[in-house]
Design a protein. Structure first.
Lengths: 207, 652
């Protein structure tokens, strides 16, 4: 994806976040969130409108259905490449994503739906999500989505790691070792692979 | 005298076994659950004119149908065999522990809660208002400290009182959030019309159906009109999934947890910040990225060194002061009444076999398992699993597999049983395969006795290195071909606590027991069989038959066929048999150093011994056990042949 493409996705993410919070996104507010100049944002948004991803009404931007789709795809790719299949070079070749998740990563139909729902409901930009395995000891966060097989998801839920729960990283073993977290008053150790599939939003809001 | 049955349920690491041991002491009987390789511990005690039978259920976090242990707990509770179910709850981790309690409430089990480890909770600054908890759940809650036995009398009193009053010990109905609750109720009114509701609580059946529990769904589908109810359940579960965007088992789990959070906020107070105590310092140091590994290595090395050094001394002493006199006495006693061959079979076979078992078990296995039990009780083994997870991943297993592997250094038989700590069938089998390659006490005797004594320490260590390399390769290969989804580590990290002598003793016993029950009789029988064969002169027949393998492929003297074949019966005797077959203890006169090395290598790798094979069959059934045995045999021959070929090529 080109530099421009990334900036475009970020801008769309910001529009969606602001809309979700009941705010009306204009050039100035997008520029503020993205920490970019007004001229840059205007240029990006012109491109977005040209591609039919957003429309401008009375100076405020709105996402089109195409734009929404693009965000979801962006979020899906982000999660896939960042959490599930790190340093993946293949994601651009995947045609049927539903199939890919099911066959390659063991997500059942129900889990896949919950995954997409979590993507749509995400409060804030997807770039704010981090794998649990990337958090530093002492950091706290809220579990947003868990992209693993149903067996492991169920075991996690039983141990108290349900979506929406607050976790704190206690310590991490070196060399991609397991991660120890505190959840619901107990300590649980998770293998690195599993921890990297748990998407967590750091506590502290939009940055 | 009235007999009542109580069952102990609870998570792992909550002190459930301590309570069980405190209650029943030595009057316990450990067997297996019918048809399952899961331990069933039972015991009896007498209290105020009651004979109380106590069943220790396997530790479980949930009652989902996906692990053998959980299904056992669930089936047992559904059988309504227990008059009272005591849920042992860890007061210092109330939220997580109430998850199981809530499911017991759903199951409408006759429940009493033992709020255990209240002392530990207090030290962490947590106070639980147990009366309030009792009021909310509608069941008696008794605070206990299992390690010291505090509160256990009150617990028994509560059980007896509850039964004497005759009033139900059934908990109040706990309702969940509106969306879920409405659907449970709607489903329940339909389930009530089915005949499953006579046997099982309809509300429980409804919740399980919403959770898409396959076992309950099957039960319902067998009822008349069941398929309609199943359809409704599916539809309702779908609705929930559409609303929440999660699979229904996870929605219900979240629902239980939100109910629990509500309860916990009412009964639990954090009164003081946890004090920094020895546990926290220990926790920090033993999981430290540098210090932690240093401590881990020195612990294992120290443990093995200690056990093998003192074990060796003790073992010799037993051989000389117990074995010798016993054999003499038996010979003297029998020679007057039996023919010489029979005396030989009984004395050199059974008696010497018995002594050999004694020589291995007392000095090595018991102290080794005692130390491991102390470490486990202390909470250190969980740290070992944490530190070793990375390494275990290299062979396709995860951190928890480290315990059975460590057990394997003592004897492979209890180690095979130890594989039960892993969750899935796939993991257990892979771990079993790994365990079989771990050099046990008997193989260590051969490695040290042959290579260590005649060739030096470094070659002996190199054998260990080769064995672990083989382990790595074989298990990795098996990891590739084994069916099923690989599981990552999900493990509770228990807080450090003072180990109790009593629990350690009982745990050591339970681990040693599988050695005595499985290995001991087989060692004796194998020993007798060996004597019968050699008395009849049959062992010699194997020498020419095995020559292509021993001489051709491995480059060993033909006589080594005898110790190699019969080492299968008694591995620790392989060395003695070798000396007998060669007719001298000056092994290096009859063999080149390389031959001796190859011999020790092959002996250490191939099928551990007949007792281990029996344990494998018990744990993994015939097919997999035989496959594992073949894998070890193939690995041993390949490695031996490679060593020989390499030496020939290099003209060593």
């Amino acid at each position: 994806m080109s530099e421009r493409g990334d900036a475009l996705d970020c801008a769309l993410e910001v529009i969606m976040t602001l809309e979700k919070r009941g705010l009306r996104p204009d050039d100035a507010s997008i520029a503020e969130e993205l920490r970019k100049s007004l001229a840059e944002v205007q240029k990006i948004m012109e491109e977005a409108i040209r591609q039919g991803l957003a429309v401008k009404r009375n100076g405020y931007y709105e996402l089109t259905a195409e734009g929404l789709k693009r965000i979801l795809r962006h979020r899906e790719l982000f999660i896939h490449d960042r959490f599930v299949h790190r340093e993946s070079r293949w994601s651009s070749k995947v045609r049927d994503w539903g199939k890919h998740w099911r066959h390659r990563h063991g997500l059942t139909k129900g889990l896949l739906e919950s995954f997409y729902k979590a993507l749509t409901d995400l409060d804030g930009r997807v770039e704010e999500l981090r794998p649990l395995s990337d958090m530093e000891p002492g950091e706290k966060g809220v579990v947003v989505s868990i992209a693993c097989g149903l067996g492991a998801a169920r075991r996690l839920a039983e141990m108290g790691l349900t979506p929406g729960v607050q976790v704190a990283v206690v310590r991490k073993a070196p060399l991609r070792g397991p991660v120890e977290v505190e959840v619901r008053g107990t300590r649980v150790v998770l293998g690195y692979g599993l921890a990297s599939r748990i998407a967590v939003k750091g506590l502290g809001g939009l940055t | 005298m009235r007999t009542i049955t109580i069952a102990l349920a609870g998570n792992a690491n909550v002190g459930k076994s301590s309570i069980f041991n405190r209650l029943t002491g030595l009057s316990q009987h450990v067997g297996n659950w019918p048809g399952k390789t899961v331990e069933k511990a039972e015991g009896t005690l007498y209290f105020k004119g009651y004979k109380i039978k106590v069943i220790d259920l396997p530790g479980a976090y949930s009652l989902s149908p996906y692990s053998v242990e959980e299904v056992i707990v669930r089936d047992y509770l559904l059988s309504r065999e227990a008059d009272v179910v005591v849920d042992v709850v860890d007061a210092s981790a109330l939220e997580r522990n109430l998850y199981l309690a809530l499911q017991l409430v759903e199951l409408q089990a006759p429940l009493i809660i033992a709020l255990n480890q209240v002392d530990m909770a207090e030290r962490r600054g947590i106070v639980v208002d147990y009366e309030k908890l009792s009021e909310i759940l509608g069941v008696k809650v008794v605070p206990t400290v299992a390690i010291t036995g505090e509160g256990l009398n009150e617990l028994l009193q509560a059980i007896v009182e509850a039964l004497e009053r005759g009033e139900g010990v059934t908990a109040k109905l706990l309702t969940y959030g509106k969306e879920v609750e409405e659907r449970i109720e709607r489903l329940e009114s339909e389930v009530r019309k089915l005949d499953v509701s006579e046997k099982y609580p309809p509300r429980w059946v409804s919740i399980k159906l919403l959770e898409r529990d396959p076992l309950v769904a099957e039960l319902v589908s067998k009822c008349e009109g069941g398929s309609k109810v199943l359809e409704l359940a599916n539809e309702l579960a779908r609705e929930l999934e559409d609303m929440h965007g999660e699979p229904s088992p996870i929605i219900i789990a979240s629902e239980r947890y939100s109910k629990i959070s509500e309860i916990v906020s009412r009964v639990q107070r954090v009164v003081a910040p946890p004090r920094v105590r020895w546990e926290r310092v220990l926790d920090h140091v033993t999981t430290h990225p540098v210090l932690g590994y240093a401590i881990l290595l020195s612990t294992i090395a120290g443990m093995l060194g200690l056990v093998f050094y003192f074990g060796g001394l003790l073992s010799e002493a037993i051989e000389v002061y117990v074995g010798g006199p016993l054999a003499e006495a038996a010979r003297a006693f029998l020679s007057s009444s039996l023919p010489a061959e029979a005396v030989r079979v009984v004395v050199d076979g059974l008696v010497v076999g018995f002594v050999a078992g004694l020589v291995v078990i007392l000095p090595y296995v018991v102290p080794f398992y005692a130390i491991l039990s102390i470490l486990e009780d202390l909470g250190y083994l969980a740290r070992v699993a944490y530190l070793a997870d990375n390494l275990m991943h290299k062979i396709g297993l995860h951190g928890k597999a480290v315990l059975p592997m460590l057990l394997g250094f003592g004897c492979n038989v209890p180690a095979c049983v130890g594989c039960r700590v892993l969750e899935t069938d796939r993991e257990r089998t892979l771990c079993g395969l790994a365990v079989v390659f771990v050099p046990c006490a008997a193989r260590t005797v051969v490695i040290l006795g042959a290579v260590g004594r005649y060739l030096g320490v470094l070659p002996a260590l190199s054998i260990y290195l080769v064995v672990f390399l083989v382990l790595l390769i074989v298990v990795r290969l098996a990891y590739r071909v084994a069916p099923g989804e690989p599981m990552d580590l999900i493990m509770e990290m228990p807080a450090y606590r003072r180990p109790s002598l009593r629990v350690t003793a009982l745990k050591t016993w339970s681990k040693t027991k599988s050695f005595i029950v499985v290995a001991f009789p087989i060692i004796m029988a194998a020993s007798a069989a060996l004597e019968v064969l050699s008395a009849m002169g049959l062992t010699e027949l194997f020498v020419p038959a095995m020559a292509p393998l021993t001489v051709g492929l491995l480059g060993l003297p033909a006589e080594t066929a005898i110790p190699l074949i019969f080492g299968f019966l008694r591995k620790e005797l392989a060395l003695v048999m070798l000396a007998e077959a060669l007719g001298t203890w000056e092994l290096l006169q009859a063999m080149t150093p390389l031959q001796l090395y190859t011999f020790a290598l092959v002996t250490s790798i191939y099928i551990p011994c007949v007792a281990t094979l029996a344990a494998l069959v018990r744990e993994f059934r015939w097919k997999r056990a035989v496959l594992m045995a073949i894998a070890t045999l193939a690995a041993a021959i390949i490695v031996g042949a490679l060593a020989h070929a390499l030496a020939t090529a290099l003209r060593l």
